[in-house]
Design a binder for this molecule. Structure first.
Ligand code: SF4
Ligand code: SF4
Length: 382
């Protein structure tokens, strides 16, 4: 494992962080974590040198933090623990203490190392300021309940700069991958934060798995020329993030033990400025291909879930994007109709009644209702 140092952080952190948002589950249920498998993965990650664990209140329908608390028994002092204040649930000052205290209890710890204001946007930031949130954070730090004051972000670059300038943050967490260089904070935000000595943690390095596809046929020749022998673009996508010296670490939400093994292997080569010109050409070829084909910029974060009508929104978009990228529409239609069949719990796009509840939660601002109609047209009509 390789480690990097962020300006205001005492500890060296592993460049690969263990994200607890997409843990293995049972029966496709986001709230049913397969705890034995997930705990084994966390143990193996720590054995391989991972020392940063990231969770949050909404992950796995509220089950992620209690799971992390159980899984870290006896391991707590080996890792830095990050979790987040659910900024959208703060309606009065007391809510701030309520969430932090409950998080400490569920995580079975007396302190959280990295405490982030979660998924800030302009309106959420303005709302938190009404409740003196930075005063609350500083008092929590003085009381020893949290150590580093941080935020995670999903909005435009101007809002990002405004929030960065508002406080001497210890760290910020941004979405960054080779498809999102110019989206939300992007490369400009990455450099802006580091220019102010604020450490940067990267989330969605593979855009929710969008980048983790088999090397597309259109890129095969470029991949061969680059000596890229991996079956998928995952390794390239991760090393592209680490190629940036400004990145402290990236979070990977691993859903199966083999994904963790692959990520650990990639992390051994995650040096900055290490991609060769030929590999950068491969990145460009892949970007051009994605740009011309991807239909929905969904990161599969599941913030939009659960849908009151049971629509499996991330899976719908996954099938749509996979079909568009691979151009194998019939195969994806079969996959979609199998995965979301009634006997497997349903969840097809046609169940949407257009209530719009999901769209208010989506950090990517996707017009979910419109895009679900594309899914219906692609997979549910003859
Ligand atoms: S708009 Fe459709 S997909 Fe979204 S929450 Fe409502 S029913 Fe579910
Ligand atoms: S539609 Fe939006 S909220 Fe739902 S999984 Fe995709 S990116 Fe996340």
């Amino acid at each position: 494992m390789l480690y990097r140092k962020m300006p205001r952080i005492k500890e060296e952190l592993s460049i690969l962080g263990f994200g607890c948002m997409r843990l293995p589950t049972r029966n496709k249920e986001v709230g049913e974590i397969d705890e034995p498998t997930a705990a084994r993965m966390m143990n193996t990650a720590i054995d391989n040198g991972v020392n940063y664990i990231d969770t949050a209140r909404p992950y796995h329908g509220g089950k992620s933090e209690p799971f992390v608390g159980r899984a870290l028994k006896g391991l707590r002092d080996k890792v830095q623990l990050a979790t987040k204040l659910p900024s959208w649930l703060i309606a009065k000052k007391e809510d701030l203490d309520f969430h932090l205290n409950e998080q400490l209890e569920q995580l079975q710890t007396d302190h959280i190392d990295f405490y982030l204001l979660h998924a800030l946007s302009s309106s959420r930031w303005e709302n938190l300021l009404k409740f003196d949130v930075m005063d609350f954070m500083e008092k929590a730090r003085a009381a020893g309940k949290i150590r580093y004051i941080c935020f995670s972000f999903h909005d435009g670059i101007d809002t990002f700069k405004k929030i960065v300038d508002a406080y001497p943050w210890d760290m910020c967490q941004i979405q960054f991958n080779f498809l999102d260089e110019y989206y939300q904070a992007g490369t400009e935000g990455l450099k802006y934060a580091r220019g102010k000595d604020i450490g940067v943690v990267v989330m969605e390095p593979l855009k929710g798995g969008t980048i983790s596809i088999p090397v597309p046929e259109d890129c095969a020749a470029t991949a061969r020329a680059a000596g890229y022998a991996k079956p998928t673009l995952t390794d390239l996508g991760l090393r592209w993030v680490w190629n940036h010296a400004e990145v402290g670490l990236l979070l990977s939400g691993m859903s199966a033990p083999d994904q963790m093994d692959q990520n650990v292997e990639s992390a051994a080569k995650g040096v900055c400025d290490a991609l060769t010109p030929k590999e950068l050409e491969l990145v460009k070829a892949a970007k051009d291909l994605f740009a011309s084909r991807v239909r929905v910029s969904c990161t599969a974060c599941a913030y939009c879930m659960p849908c009151p009508k049971g629509v499996e929104i991330p899976q719908c978009f996954r099938n749509l994007n996979d079909a568009a990228l691979s151009e194998k529409w019939e195969a994806q239609k079969v996959s979609y109709n199998y995965l979301l069949s009634d006997s497997r719990g349903g969840g097809k796009a046609s169940a949407c009644v257009e209530c719009g509840a999901c769209e208010t939660q989506c950090p990517q601002h996707i017009p979910i209702r419109e895009k679900l109609k594309e899914v219906v047209a692609a997979f549910e009509t003859n």
